[in-house]
Design a protein around this ligand. Sequence first.
Ligand SMILES: *[C@@H]1O[C@H](CO)[C@@H](O)[C@H](O)[C@H]1NC(C)=O
Ligand SMILES: *[C@@H]1O[C@H](CO)[C@@H](O)[C@H](O)[C@H]1NC(C)=O
Ligand SMILES: *[C@@H]1O[C@H](CO)[C@@H](O)[C@H](O)[C@H]1NC(C)=O
Length: 805
Amino acid sequence: MFCSAVEMFGLLFFVLMAHTAYGDVSYSFPEEMKRGSVIGNIAKDLGLDVNRLSIREVRIDNEGNRKRFCDINLNTGELTVAERIDREEICGKKASCVIKQELVLENPLELHRFILNVEDINDNSPQFKQSVIKFEIRESAVKGSRYLLDEAHDADIAINSVQSYTLQNNEHFLLNVLTKANGRKYGELVLNKELDREQQKEVTLILTAVDGGTPPRSGTVAIHVTVLDANDNAPVFSQAVYKVSLPENSPVDTVVVTVSATDADEGQNGEVTYEFGHLSERLMDIFSLDSLSGEIKLTGLIDYEEESLIELPIQAKDGQGLASHCTVLIDVIDVNDNAPTIMTKSVKILIPENAFPGTEVGIINVQDRDSENNGQVRCSIQQNVPFKLVPSIKNYYSLVTTGELDRELLSDYNLTITATDEGSPPLSSTKNLHLTVADVNDNPPVFQEHNYRAHVQENNKPGSSICSVSATDPDWRQNGTVVYSLLSSDVNGAPVSSFLSINGDTGVIHAVRSFDYEQLKSFKVLVLARDNGSPPLSSNVSVSVFISDENDNSPQILYPSPEGNSFMTEMVPKAAQAGSLVSKVIAVDADSGQNAWLSYHIIKATDPGLFTIGVHSGEIRTQRDISESDSMKQNLIVSVRDNGQPSLSATCALYLLISDNLAEVPELKDMSHDESSSKLTFYLIIALVSVSTFFLTFIIIILAVRFCRRRKPRLLFDGAVAIPSAYLPPNYAEVEGAGTLRSTYNYDAYLTTGSRTSDFKFVRSYNEGTLTTDLTLKKTQSAVDDLEGLDAEMSDSFQVGLFIY
Ligand SMILES: *[C@@H]1O[C@H](CO)[C@@H](O)[C@H](O)[C@H]1NC(C)=O
Ligand SMILES: *[C@@H]1O[C@H](CO)[C@@H](O)[C@H](O)[C@H]1NC(C)=O
Ligand SMILES: *[C@@H]1O[C@H](CO)[C@@H](O)[C@H](O)[C@H]1NC(C)=O
């Protein structure tokens, strides 16, 4: 292990150091000399005879030391190194290393002590205890912090021990070398620049300890510094602003974006959690943020119309609460999710039917909440209606008529307005408008027939209906309510209202009077139908009334005179032959037709076989030749009958005198004074007597009453005189006007108050049931006439209940 140079040096050293003092001989020599190396010549130093050395059995006693350090060369007396001498092993850290040895000689026994003084050589390098010095230094350590380093050990001593330390050049640490009280040196690390775990997690340095030997030796140790984390880093987002686009109405659970922040710290200090910054409650409901993954998801629906740009502030925090922020900007993309809305403004629900084409009837407003094309709206109306939409200012349309309206044809319109946007797919909505055409009085009443014909039997009951007219008006309510009336005119010089009346509501025409065919056969009136509009419209129609005949006139005998001139006689020549014309009965009938078709019959004759009468001509002829035996006076009763149903008749008497000369008629007077005339005289006498008696009685009564009045208070009779007009019904009203009934006529008209349908109630005569057909009597007969009329025919026709005049 030792080089020869060292050996040489050692040898030289030994020479210099040889101690030759008597007594203890000591030898200084460096350790680690080669075996056999000469330490010194002890024989010489002790003055021993070299040649006798072997004889004296010289030897080295190592005083119980197990180890033999040196030998003696018996030939030369030199001490040589017996085995390796390591000072450090023998003496450790002692400053001087002295080994005591004894040299024993025999014959004579001699003992010499000598000392081996082993000198140190720098044969040991400084050494550290561990191969690695480990430190854990928090990165938050401040500059100037000190960290003690283990000292290095060098087995050598003194100058050969550790003299200095050096530290590998680095940016963070400096080495401070200190000396202990015992002179040993040690070092400490001084932090010269703060550590940053995030930059460098570990720092490895080499510390070198150097001793003072020549040449110096050194030992190294690695210093391993682990930089411990301090929470000195806030999380850092990968982007300060995350911009995303998202269609509105995206389904729930759609991932919007995943934000990510990293924290350079480690462990808890680097554990990043995410949360929202301040959010409105609405947005809180819509978005969720996974606190660990940073994933932002939809939990609700986003609506472009509500918010087109959404800003979400996000915060990231590490375990120690260091935070940083970023923003997520969501650009909401519009989706066509809003159908247009149609609003109708100021729409006239009622449109008069005379509105001109182009009349504005309403304003339509359409709106769509979507934007761009999704919000562009077109508006239309269905075809085939007389309305159209005219675009007005933005999103406004006016609804105008395009044609004439006619309520009578179509009174209601259901308009469907459709609004469609231009999105894809487009959305549309509809709105119904119900328009009503209001009535205008534009239609006059129209009669169902061009003219009306009414047939009425004469002698009709007044008030009976004879026909009805009807007109229709398609207008609405009062504009279409028809009221009938008679147009005033004259019929035969009398106002038409005295003939007919019409019910204004029903159009039923009533006869006001009883008609007489013999006076009036037909007439014509105009009926007016008027509606109640304002102004009213009207039209008229003619009604022809035809009166038909009834057999109400008896035949009237013109000849022989019905006055019954009984002295009128016809002369029949005696020589008259069969078939010769004797006389002729002439009769007329005021009726017409069958009712006036007369037939003649002989109902009584003095000699029934002598005369015949022509059934239709009324000519009286002899039936056979007159003979002498025939009576001179011949009486014939002739009856004239008409052909009515039932037929009416009249009779007359004919006096025939068969003679050739008037002088031959002596009993002419007798003929007139027959039985019946004497009877008449008798009746006359009775009548005269009765009248005279009645008159006398009357005079007496008058006188008696007058006499009594003077004696009694007048009071008794007062008030009993007034014939009360209160017999009239309480709701009696007069009806005036053309074509209607007037109270001046001898019947009453009732109006059922409160009703528009006026019902005429004719006051019936109490004896109407016995009313005869003869209403045209104008007789003002006296009581005498009454008596005269005692014959059956007259009394029948004398009960007259109702006069119309
Ligand atoms: C209009 O609509 C209503 C109900 O919506 C219906 O009763 C009526 O008959 C319709 N009228 C027309 C003319 O279509
Ligand atoms: C009748 O027509 C008139 C216009 O001629 C109109 O003013 C009125 O409202 C109409 N009456 C009804 C009930 O429709
Ligand atoms: C009756 O109607 C005709 C047309 O139909 C008209 O000319 C005439 O004036 C009307 N008469 C009256 C009195 O209204």
